[in-house]
Design a binder for this molecule. Structure first.
Ligand code: MN
Length: 361
């Protein structure tokens, strides 16, 4: 595996490449052209400038998170052809720049949903949290206003003001899109892009829906083992793979995370590994990465990744806000650095146990 951190780019991220370079064991970043809109063709010069900046800092551009999918592709309107063509051009340019992993999601309207971005924990840290009753009380059209007030002056991925200004229209545009139609539109998109992925060896890594169930009546399909296996089979190409995000699949306690990892051998192209602490079935918060701080056994998750021979980029995910850091919620430096170090420690222990025959593979 290759340990990375997500980095939004100079001018968007409060964390610097120099800081990331100084986290032991972190050798790359996952980045994006944060100023682009879904559907836009990425300029080669912008891609190369991003890559150069990262490499000049002694790191590798290990992949893109995300190249976002225009709503026309998810809804399946006639103008999707143009947007898929644009997407293919962007993939070509990324491939030519030696980028081989692209994360994306296929979630209607909202990229992810939380009811709080700064819930205070007993130790004084703050974390993103989800409470079903609080979500049920929110009018979806007002969701952006609710969320944007807590972003510490940053723009959060998937919550771009330009898109959110049209939330009501977006909801209407998705009104006749159900799970089956969304599956069909995803299949159509994947079949169109697979040739360019084959040509440039680009691994597409779909990110699960977060939370892993329907919110606000919108369809959600990348939520569990059955659906993700269906997606693998419907376009059966090794470049059609997944981002295994423990914090997103883990929102549904019925998802057996190590079992899901083992069932996706060869198709996990990117991993987000973090913990969640469940206070009830309806309420969870993004705890520290350590097993002891949350509800998941992080050793079992890392062991499953080791067992399937996972060798792609991995990153800690949303961190707590600690030590008075002010940053994009979930994306400060300190707690993600602790997370990366912890995951690296688990991996080293698993690897050495295996080498010494303590843990049979
Ligand atoms: Mn994730």
């Amino acid at each position: 595996m290759q340990m990375t951190l997500r980095w939004y780019g100079t001018g968007y991220d409060t964390v610097t490449l120099k800081q990331i370079r100084q986290i032991p064991g972190v050798t790359g970043v996952i980045s994006t052209l944060y100023g682009t809109q879904p559907g836009e063709v990425w300029e080669t010069s912008d891609i190369l400038a991003l890559k150069k900046e990262i490499e000049d800092a002694g790191l590798k551009l290990a992949g893109i998170e995300s190249v976002n999918i225009h709503d026309a592709i998810k809804i399946g309107t006639p103008d999707r052809e143009q947007y898929i063509d644009n997407y293919i051009t962007t993939l070509e340019r990324l491939g030519q720049a030696d980028v081989h992993m692209v994360c994306y999601n296929f979630m209607p309207v909202f990229d992810w949903t939380r009811s709080e971005l700064a819930r205070k924990r007993p130790d004084g840290s703050t974390v993103l949290a989800y409470n079903q009753a609080a979500i049920d009380a929110i009018v979806p059209e007002k969701m952006f206003e609710t969320i944007s007030g807590e972003m510490n002056g940053t723009v959060m991925p998937g919550w771009e003001p330009e898109r959110m200004a049209h939330v009501k229209e977006l909801f209407e545009a998705y009104s006749d899109v159900d799970d089956e139609k969304l599956f069909a539109n995803l299949k159509y998109f994947l079949e169109r892009i697979m040739p360019v992925c084959d040509k440039y060896d680009i691994n597409m890594a779909i990110h699960p829906d977060d939370p892993a169930w329907s919110v606000f009546g919108l369809p959600r399909i990348i939520i569990n083992k059955a659906n993700i296996l269906r997606m693998m089979q419907m376009v059966d190409n090794p470049h059609n793979g997944v981002t295994f995000c423990s914090g997103s699949y883990g929102t549904n306690l019925e998802n057996d995370l190590p079992d899901m990892i083992r069932s996706l051998k060869g198709r996990i192209h990117f991993a987000h590994v973090r913990n969640l602490k469940f206070n009830s079935q309806q309420d969870f918060e993004e705890a520290a990465h350590l097993s002891s701080d949350g509800s998941f056994d992080m050793y079992e998750i890392m062991l499953a990744l080791y067992d399937i021979g996972f060798d792609g980029p991995i990153r800690p995910d949303h961190g707590r806000m600690i030590w008075d850091e002010v940053a994009m919620p979930g994306y400060g430096l300190y707690d993600r650095a602790l997370g990366a170090t912890y995951l690296n420690g688990l991996w080293e222990a698993i690897e050495k146990s295996h080498e010494r025959g303590v843990t049979p593979r």
